[in-house]
Design a protein around this ligand. Sequence first.
Ligand SMILES: [Mg+2]
Length: 157
Amino acid sequence: MHFDKTIIYVDMDHVLCDYKTGFARHKARFPDLAFPQSEPGLYVDLDPLPGAIDSYRWLHNHPETAVFILTAPSIQNSHSYSEKRLWVERHLGMEVVENLIITPHKHLNRGDYLVDDMPSGKGQEHFGGELVLFGSKSFPDWRSVRDYFEERLQYDA
Ligand SMILES: [Mg+2]
């Protein structure tokens, strides 16, 4: 189905979603809880990071790519599964919900690129493709990620 395309995975927290700001907001809402993320509402209410939605759509609509969201759940918090699904529908639409993969084992997915802010912990270190480390010196923001793929996809064509 996607064998002739460049397969790109994109993480959610700290990549598409502003988890840092959202967590601080949620913590202020539940100041007495050690784990405020255990209360529903955190994941679905996260703001997109600057440029995330436009860049994701650009990647998704590129004729050479098959793009998927690859996010690890917070396994203690079952609402994180449904709220991630709702977030994707709200910000990217049902077409992208079709390409939402929620897994704590990212390396089991075959592909060419993984855009993630973490180099390890959820299987990133064993991913078969190239890790595009979001937030690093080379990829501090979505502009730099998009520039990179503009060059790579053109080059690969
Ligand atoms: Mg992340």
